[in-house]
Write a protein that binds this ligand. Structure first.
Ligand code: DC
Length: 216
């Protein structure tokens, strides 16, 4: 069984996908973490996203996987914390727009989900990676709510920004993610939209679980 949860950043995808996977006892795959890890790796290797040959060479050399604790590992190193920084957030859209990066990430995602039941969250799961997924959801939320969620996430990293700066960042990222040529952020025709602005995490999870239980 494949459950696709797509939507823009800070729409509540990660916590919801994690909770749904826990309730169903299946694997949670945070595909955004994969794009973030590649972004971190390119930065550390000082390879510009514009350097196509450098990016391709880099992709051919890396090992990227989720470990037994579902932490993302890049060349064996747990990078799950560093990939959440403001710096990586501001760089990731450019990296995730590179076709070769997407091709490699999609191969890994299909391999993981080919071996087990999964909840995959991202931008293109229901449209490109698994257009035949049994269940598809598209999460959205008001921009102010998303900025507040992002602030809480940043503060956990010891960073801070004003709400207006965060709103600007989110708008810019939405624009980049939705307008790129390759697999843009778009709601699949058969995805169920869920507005999480006024919902608690438990309510979001419950909505999805109820839908799955009623439509199995
Ligand atoms: O969900 P997130 O904010 O951690 O995702 C980070 C970035 O990765 C986001 O700007 C868009 C990109 N992404 C993508 O292009 N496709 C996916 N399936 C998941 C994330």
């Amino acid at each position: 069984m494949i459950i696709a949860i797509d939507g823009p950043s800070a729409s509540g995808k990660s916590t919801t996908a994690k909770g749904v996977a826990e309730k169903l006892g299946i694997t949670h795959v945070d595909t955004g973490a994969m794009y973030r890890a590649v972004t971190l790796g390119l930065k550390l290797s000082e390879i510009s996203p514009d350097d196509e040959a450098g990016v391709c060479q880099y992709l051919s050399e890396i090992e990227l996987y989720f470990d037994a604790n579902n932490k993302i590992r890049l060349n064996g190193i747990d990078v799950s914390h560093e990939i959440r920084s403001g710096d990586i957030s501001s760089r990731v859209s450019a990296v995730s727009a590179i076709p070769e990066v997407r091709e490699k990430m999609v191969i890994i995602q299909r391999r993981i989900a080919g071996e087990q039941n999964c909840v995959l969250e991202g931008r293109d799961i229901g449209t490109v990676v698994f257009p035949n997924a049994e269940f598809k959801f598209f999460l959205i939320a008001d921009i102010d709510v998303r900025a507040k969620r992002r602030l809480i996430e940043l503060e956990k990293m010891g960073e801070t920004k004003s709400i207006s700066e965060l709103i600007e960042d989110i708008r810019r990222r939405d624009q980049l993610d939705s307008s790129r040529d390759h697999s843009p952020l778009i709601q699949a025709d058969d995805a169920i939209p869920i507005d999480t602005s006024q919902l608690t995490i438990n309510e979001q999870i419950k909505k999805i679980i109820n839908h799955i239980n009623h439509n199995k």
